[in-house]
Ligand binder design. Structure first.
Ligand code: URA
Length: 237
């Protein structure tokens, strides 16, 4: 269920503020009844008429982007930096599902389907988030075990997770580590490594659930298939 004004705005009809005005002014009819209450909830199946016109639902779109560095995971930026939405050719009001840092690369999903986004973002054992971190220093078993058991970041213990050393480079004094988490806390991976004394030099998200980068070049994207979308919806059941 969603607030009526939010639902109208996400259909692309108008902004949320204008939708509120329309509701307050008695211009919105839901299933045959004029609604003037702003808190009214809808499930999207109602017949909604605004100013005598049937509200068409915005077609849902779903994208898998290989996010490059130096792009922000937001719909807009007050400093006018490039956003992930700028990389996608659409007239729909899509938004990124979760965030990758400005300097993090890899799998990022975008959509205008709030319900789909909620399923993806809810911490869930069925949706792995697989990161490849290049860290400064040679990481050993003790640090890896601490990460696996859940380190404390921002005063709260992380869940247990899978951690695998992929390679070490003695000459460059770096290690490459695969880490699989199910949560999505702010700067989580960088903070987890910091908690065991390692600085992340590079971070890439290689997979989120069933979504991998395949052969998508950096900065490019593809649409999700109907099958992929229904797999995600089936997680909710
Ligand atoms: N963890 C981080 O620290 N940064 C990201 O971008 C994603 C996960």
């Amino acid at each position: 269920m969603e607030r009526l004004q939010k639902f109208i705005a996400s259909s692309g009809y108008t902004s949320r503020r204008k939708a509120e005005e329309l509701i307050k002014n008695g211009k919105v009819i839901v299933n045959g009844e004029i609604v003037t209450e702003l808190g009214t909830k809808v499930n999207g199946k109602e017949e909604i008429i605004i100013n005598g016109e049937l509200l068409k639902k915005e077609e849902k779109e779903y994208y898998l982007l290989n996010k490059p560095r130096e792009v922000i995971s937001a719909v807009s930026d007050d400093k006018n930096r490039k956003t992930v939405v700028d990389l996608i050719n659409t007239d729909k009001r899509i938004f990124p599902i979760g965030r990758l840092d400005y300097d993090t690369t890899g799998v990022l999903l975008l959509t205008n389907d709030g319900e789909f986004a909620n399923i993806m973002m809810h911490p869930n054992d069925k949706i792995d988030k697989v990161y490849i971190a290049k860290v400064r220093g040679i990481i050993k078993g003790d640090a890896i075990n601490k990460l696996k058991n859940g380190v404390i970041i921002d005063g709260k213990k992380c869940e247990k997770c899978r951690v695998k050393l992929r390679k070490t480079n003695i000459a460059n004094n770096t290690s490459t580590v695969e880490i699989v988490i199910h949560e999505g806390r702010n700067h989580q991976v960088k903070k987890m490594f910091e908690a065991v004394g390692f600085e992340v030099l590079k971070l890439k998200r290689e997979r989120v659930g069933i979504f991998t980068l395949d052969k998508i070049p950096s900065g490019s994207y593809r649409k999700l298939t109907p099958k992929e979308i229904s797999i995600i919806y089936s997680i909710k059941k």
